[in-house]
Design a protein around this ligand. Structure first.
Ligand SMILES: *Cc1c(COP(=O)(O)O)cnc(C)c1O
Length: 481
């Protein structure tokens, strides 16, 4: 045999390790299945938070191989057991989704078949499925069929796409950046500020609109500010509303802001990353009136549809404005183009090669139907009311009636500095770890924040949370005497 062939065969022998045999695959799957089953079975009794840090050097890459069992043990001890447990229903701190199991099965399928979902040419099935999901979202939010959309890794990248489109539609560049004005609420998610910097709009003028006692935009104030800016020769071009703010779950007056945007020729962006899917509920759908007026909309199925992290979405009405920055033709892609072809995800996003993330939403929707998702959202709303009622009973003060499932509370202690008492309380809740809550500062007041969105948060989770909060309150009280 030639020297060349022999070398190739030698390498083939070594690299064969990358294609496990069927017997090995079965063994791996059984081991993983055993681990994930016990993980889920034990979730109810596992803490939602541990402040333990990772051990030294456990993740170091060395040439020494490990068995899958050894690897699973490292995973369980060093990853799953530390920090916040986002799969736990006890995670009611940052906005959680939980991560439904059947989405993981979809990810497994997508990974084994490794579908290329960036271009229709490469995988008409995968791309059509993703476009079908985007059409479904358009119908939910009253967007026209001609709108365009993308399944992103999350709300932040979705926001990046939306705001880039707003920038390009209004030609915000060069000298006019410093004269252009964006209107938003101080309660917008910080991914908006990040996106503006990333897309070169750090130097635009930002006007913060005053908020009412429920942290909603006061629209008279918005209209007045736009008029003032126009009179001064500035260039108002974008207004951003939230339907479900991160801190307090507030829904801005979407319809009125939409009308103001239209009259003043502003791009209207709505951040519905957290709250968007509550539009599916009977009890809240009214609150979303006007969402259909948005030029761009961000929603996060990894929040409101309980998927594991890694799925956001953006919808944009003006296709040309999206294509301006995201659609690019390289010579080496000439086989993949054709004007009559369906929308390519790669033309609507900074990504070219991407994970086939649509399957993790499509498969669960097909398997479970929509009803359990909607029931779960309604359940979260009622659990929020229940949690607040119970907090009142044990002597806590509550923030205003929430629009959705995020709210806050504090303890009116007799100590001189109420903030310090509640900070200690937060610390003790984290030390306990059974249930994970977070904190925020509202008008200078330190408050504890609850965000109920995990599909695994149930009535007994809230009872457990109340018992824990009551217990640690006494601990803090005793320690501050
Ligand atoms: C979570 C969230 C975002 C950011 O989305 P990611 O998926 O975390 O990137 C933006 N806006 C709101 C209101 C959010 O709740």
């Amino acid at each position: 045999m030639s020297n060349l062939k022999q070398k190739i065969l030698d390498l083939q022998h070594i690299s064969e390790d990358l294609e496990p045999t069927e017997a090995q695959r079965n063994k791996y799957i059984t081991q993983v299945n055993n681990y994930t089953n016990s993980f889920i079975n034990e979730l109810k009794d596992t803490n939602a938070y541990s402040d333990e840090k990772e051990s030294d050097n456990v993740f170091a890459i060395t040439s020494k191989k490990k068995t899958l069992q050894e690897i699973l043990k490292i995973y369980a001890d060093e990853v799953a057991a530390k920090g916040i447990n986002p799969a736990s229903g006890g995670h009611i701190g940052y906005i959680p989704g939980g991560g439904i199991y059947t989405a993981a099965i979809a990810d497994y399928l997508a990974d084994v078949t490794n579908e290329y979902s960036g271009m229709y040419f490469a995988s008409p099935g995968a791309v059509t499925m993703e476009n079908e999901l985007i059409d479904w979202m358009k119908s939910i939010f009253g967007f026209p069929k001609t709108a365009i959309g993308n399944l992103t890794s999350g709300g932040s990248i979705a926001t990046l796409i939306a705001l880039t489109s707003a920038r390009d539609k209004h030609g915000i560049k060069n000298a006019n950046i410093e004269k252009s004005v964006i209107y938003l609420s101080e309660q917008v998610h910080h991914c908006i500020n990040k996106a503006l910097r990333i897309i070169g709009l750090e130097d635009v003028i930002i006007r913060y609109i005053e908020l009412d006692e429920n942290s909603r935009i006061i629209t008279e104030n918005l209209q007045a500010k736009i008029e003032m800016d126009k009179a001064e020769g500035l260039n108002p071009f974008l207004v951003i509303a939230s339907s479900g703010t991160t801190d307090t779950g507030a829904i801005d007056p979407l319809q009125t802001i939409g009308n103001i945007a239209k009259v003043n020729n502003l791009w209207y962006h709505i951040d519905a990353a957290y709250g968007g899917f509550f539009i599916l509920t009977e009890s809240k759908k009214e609150a979303f009136k006007g969402i259909e007026l948005a030029d761009s909309l961000v929603i996060d199925p990894h929040k409101g549809l309980f998927l594991p992290y890694g799925l956001g979405a953006v919808l944009v009405k003006d296709k040309a404005s999206v294509y301006h920055s995201h659609h690019y033709r390289a010579n080496y892609m000439q086989d993949a183009i054709g004007d009559s072809m369906p929308v390519n995800p790669a033309d609507v996003s900074p990504e070219l090669t991407k994970h086939f993330r649509g399957l993790r939403l499509w498969l669960p929707l097909q398997l479970h139907g929509i009803a359990p998702f909607v029931a779960c959202l309604e359940e979260k709303l009622l659990l929020t009311t229940y949690f607040r009622e119970r907090l009142l009973e044990i002597g806590f003060k509550l923030g205003p009636e929430p629009d959705l499932s995020v709210s806050y509370f504090w303890y009116p202690s007799n100590s001189v500095d109420k903030n310090i008492f509640n900070e200690k309380l937060m610390q003790e809740i984290h030390n306990d770890g059974q249930i994970f809550l977070s904190s925020t500062t509202i008008k200078g007041k330190f408050v504890i924040r609850l965000a109920i969105l995990s599909f695994r948060t149930k009535l007994d989770t809230i009872d457990k949370a109340i018992a824990m909060i009551d217990r640690v309150r006494k601990v803090v009280e005793d320690s501050s005497i």
